[in-house]
Design a protein around this ligand. Structure first.
Ligand code: CA
Length: 265
């Protein structure tokens, strides 16, 4: 038993009729995904669903076919390929069907193996790490506002208040190829990882999230619920997705379980 836990939820928020976010959690595979779709008339929902499904399917396929664990090269390649496949799937459908023209999706993916984690993202869905009571943002948004922050033209707090904060500079499905940020991180026992869509971090500052993890972090389900409820209490202007992962070093996968999971997606 790996003692590896995940909990999360996705919520439409208070203003939007549709939920264009999609999430996936597969604790047995060490895999979590958050995708935030864009495009009118339900196309955003289609794009983020395609993204999550393609990524799960391709990663499970790669892991189930691998004979050994913790290869690192294998996992990073699997995540990268899966995101490229997701990009391709969205791009193809958007090119073929006029009602889906221009649809896209952000994505953040975490895959845990051994003492490591591979994180990849496109767009402004984020990964945070909570370690020793400190919350740290691991991914850097691909957004117009992040570029302004990087150039020192606005502060992070000003960015959170900005009306143009949701303009992304990269997304899945827009071009035949997509540039992916991907890295490996060392995992410590009891790290908690937070994947989220911008509907969470637009209304909750990093300090709020850190406080919630400090106060309730022992119970991932309660914490995830509390984050979503608080975002809604502050207006819930956008769809809100949260996935929390409590990590352990030495995470191993069971090949039989993976093969069963693969048959389900
Ligand atoms: Ca969003």
């Amino acid at each position: 038993m790996n003692d590896f836990m995940m909990s999360g939820l996705t919520d439409p928020g208070r203003i939007r009729e549709q939920n264009e976010d999609n999430i996936a959690m597969m604790a047995e595979a060490g895999l979590a995904v958050v995708a935030d779709g864009m495009g009118g008339h339900q196309a955003g929902e289609v794009a983020s669903r395609l993204a999550v499904d393609a990524i799960q399917r391709h990663i499970l396929e790669a892991l189930a076919n691998a004979r050994e664990d913790s290869q690192s090269v294998l996992e990073v390649a699997a995540v990268r390929d899966a995101i490229q496949q997701a990009n391709h799937a969205i791009y193809e459908l958007a090119s073929r069907q006029p009602e889906y023209a221009g649809m896209g999706s952000t994505v953040v993916v975490t895959l845990f193996y051994g003492d490591k984690l591979c994180v990849a993202h496109v767009g402004d869905s984020r990964l945070y790490r909570f370690r020793d009571t400190i919350l740290e943002q691991i991914t850097e948004d691909h957004s117009v506002i992040q570029e302004l922050i990087s150039r020192g033209l606005v502060t992070a707090e000003e960015a959170r208040q900005s009306v143009s904060k949701n303009l992304v500079t990269r997304a899945l499905g827009i071009d035949p190829d997509v540039e992916i940020d991907i890295s490996e991180q060392d995992v410590y026992d009891d790290d908690v990882y937070l994947l989220c869509s911008d509907g969470l971090n637009d209304v909750l500052a990093d300090g709020d999230l850190e406080m919630m993890l400090t106060e309730h972090g022992r119970n991932l389900e309660t914490t995830a619920r509390h984050m979503v409820d608080t975002a809604n209490a502050r207006g819930g202007p956008d769809n809100i997705s949260v996935v929390l992962v409590r990590a352990r070093r030495g995470f191993t996968r069971n090949l039989e379980v993976l093969q069963k999971l693969r048959a389900q997606v």
